[in-house]
Design a protein around this ligand. Structure first.
Ligand code: GAL
Length: 334
């Protein structure tokens, strides 16, 4: 009897742990499909918190940086999260690589959005750009932070307006030749694609200024053509995202066209990046969008879908579960 009693005591915590909880946490397991718009569990079973994010591949690993918007954060700070993956489906949480209080005269209720990280070969530094603002969005600057590791603690260095212009949403583009560009939305003038300086610590040269009111800017270079995608300016509410093409980054860009049926408002999402996976059999371009939930930001979702791109035309198909083999570049639908 005594043994049974001890056994019960021993097993109690197991039984408690086995209870389903209400935290939205899922049992960690292998992710086999990408479900656009669904909760995306990381290696610990928590929904991935990397909103307005960017993905970069170094060696055989993808890193996903984004806005950390978990529910239980200390409101004194803003955070940038980092995840890593070898297959674009299973993401390991590497920690919050930036944890920051507002710099100097920026008010406590500030904004840190859309972080993007570049690796500079010459300085061997990881250089992070993010949108830095006051909560009335009047500061319109970028912040720059650096680290010598992809998942170490980034150190804030400075803030400024790129090329002296207003900058709100930012995007990241690394061309096939390795040149790094920052895409930024400048309300009075339009949509910039600007080259970073040699050490990536500043924004040096405008390649193009598209006179369009667009944000959530993303670029991809495919078969000799540049495609740029952006959304309209409707805050957290989705709108029909559009694309244009140009033979060079400097343009000329043709007129912006819908990427999906406009009434779907990009299936409820907003662009943040275009990720090219060049495999041995196929080259797939993934549309990465955010499905924002402004009142429950921690529950904001991701809409990732392979784009249909052919003869200079680009289309976002209706979302459905899919997976990718990053070696071959081949996509399979469930
Ligand atoms: C969106 C922008 C988001 C965030 C939001 C705030 O237009 O893309 O990054 O700034 O507005 O309302």
């Amino acid at each position: 009897m005594k043994t049974v009693y001890y056994l019960l005591i021993l097993l109690l915590p197991v039984a408690i742990n086995a209870q389903p909880d209400n935290s939205g946490k899922k049992k960690p397991g292998k992710v086999k499909w990408i479900y656009p718009g669904e909760v995306w569990p990381d290696n610990q079973g928590n929904h991935v918190q990397a909103h307005g994010g960017g993905i970069v591949r170094w060696k055989d690993t993808y890193y996903w940086y984004g806005e950390q918007r978990a529910k239980d954060l200390d409101p004194k700070y803003k955070y940038v999260s980092c995840y890593s993956s070898k297959d674009l489906m299973n993401w390991t949480f590497r920690g919050n690589v930036l944890k920051m209080t507002p710099p100097d005269s920026i008010p406590a209720n500030w904004v840190l959005e859309r972080p993007k990280v570049f690796y500079n070969q010459k300085t061997k530094q990881y250089v992070m750009y993010f949108h830095l603002d006051a909560n009335n969005y009047k500061v319109a600057q970028v912040g720059v932070a650096v680290c010598d590791k992809p998942d170490g603690e980034f150190r804030f260095v400075k803030r400024f307006r790129p090329l002296g212009e207003e900058s709100r949403d930012i995007g990241q583009f690394i061309d096939d030749d390795g040149t790094a560009y920052l895409v930024f939305e400048d309300r009075p003038h339009g949509f910039h694609i600007a080259r970073l300086s040699e050490d990536y610590m500043t924004v040096e040269k405008d390649m193009t200024l598209v006179k369009a009111a667009m944000e959530g800017g993303a670029i991809v270079h495919l078969e000799g053509l540049y495609y740029s995608i952006g959304s309209g300016l409707t805050g957290w509410n989705p709108n029909p995202n559009k694309y244009a093409t140009a033979p060079t980054l400097g343009g000329p860009w043709n007129a912006f066209k819908d990427i999906a049926p406009p009434e779907t408002r990009t299936y409820g999402s907003q662009s943040t990046m275009l990720l090219k996976v060049a495999g041995t059999k196929d080259t797939t371009v993934i549309f990465m969008g955010d499905i924002w939930k402004p009142r429950t930001q921690w529950d904001s979702r991701y809409l990732w879908m392979p784009l249909e791109i052919k003869d200079g035309k680009l289309w976002l198909p209706e979302p459905r579960p899919w997976k990718i083999n990053i070696k071959t570049g081949k996509v399979t639908y469930k």
